[in-house]
Ligand binder design. Structure first.
Ligand SMILES: C[S@@+](CC[C@H](N)C(=O)[O-])C[C@H]1O[C@@H](n2cnc3c(N)ncnc32)[C@H](O)[C@@H]1O
Length: 264
């Protein structure tokens, strides 16, 4: 199915992706040209729709593949395994690069691993990190256990995909990656059309946001944000915006826990 005919997801009270361009993240010509060229090239790609509602659709996989070809990263780190893991491992096996994939759900991780070829498995490290509660100030997040164990790798990686865990933990992972990544790294954030994802990017503290350029792919089925790290980021944690944001953080943990469990 051509990319233009793929469904647009997350359209129930969606985040207007273009809003992100009016927030604290700025744009750069370099990132704009890179992303728009890859969008143009990948628009013609065709791919089979999957029945899996969680999975990335062919337009995003083609976009990721195009970005990999252009930027040739040495180390890719992704959060949330699935179709993207196969795309990354396939590219890395052909180009002698490495991939780390962090996944909370043990059964899902094992099912992905089974679908990979021996060459793809050789270049891929899959990390099982079940979900645990973590506090930042008054707010609570249901996020990957022991994320700090991969700080060293995150500081060296040059390409990231943020596509997990579910909504309540995504902000914790966003801050972990943005505060630790190196200058020049590319960070692709899926699901921009989801309200909470757009909001967490829009509310980045200015001191952190100023270390990144942003480009938005609104025409993508899920909505994508692509960040380029411009200089070494400053340490920062998710802000407590209001009592509503505190209560909402608990509510999101509860919903995610009831829907998906911890993945042990
Ligand atoms: C948005 S998905 C990640 C998608 C992944 N990056 C991809 O390209 O397909 C987020 C989470 O949903 C869960 N998930 C995805 N597909 C699933 C399935 N078929 N059954 C159960 N859980 C699934 C996994 O735990 C995954 O980390």
């Amino acid at each position: 199915m051509p990319a233009s005919q793929l469904p647009r997801l997350h359209t129930h009270r969606p985040y207007e992706c273009g809003r992100l361009l009016h927030g604290p993240l700025r744009r750069s010509d370099e990132l704009h040209d890179l992303v728009q060229e890859v969008v143009r090239e990948s628009a013609a790609s065709q791919g089979a729709m999957t029945e899996n509602l969680f999975a990335l659709l062919p337009d995003t996989l083609a976009f990721l593949d195009g970005l990999l070809s252009r930027t040739a990263p040495d180390l890719i780190v992704e959060f949330g395994s699935g179709q993207s893991t196969k795309t990354f491992a396939n590219w890395a096996a052909l180009n002698r690069k490495r991939v780390i994939s962090v996944e909370h759900d043990r059964q899902w991780l094992e099912s992905i691993e089974r679908e990979l070829s021996p060459d793809e498995r050789r270049v891929l490290t899959m990390l099982h990190a079940p979900l645990r509660l973590r506090w930042h100030g008054l707010r609570q997040f249901l996020t990957y256990e022991s994320l700090h164990q991969i700080t060293y790798e995150v500081q060296r990686a040059d390409f990231f995909l943020l596509d997990g865990p579910h909504v309540s933990g995504r902000e914790d992972v966003l801050y972990f990656v943005l505060c630790n990544c190196r200058a020049d790294a590319l960070v692709v954030i899926d699901d921009l059309r989801l309200g909470p994802i757009g909001e967490m990017l829009e509310t980045l503290p200015r001191s952190l946001a100023e270390c990144f350029a942003v480009e938005v792919v609104d025409e993508n089925s899920h909505g994508l944000a692509v960040l380029r790290c411009l200089r070494q980021p400053v340490l920062s944690g998710p802000p407590t915006l209001s009592m509503r944001s505190v209560l909402r953080s608990y509510w999101r943990c509860l919903l995610d826990y009831r829907r998906y469990g911890t993945g042990d």
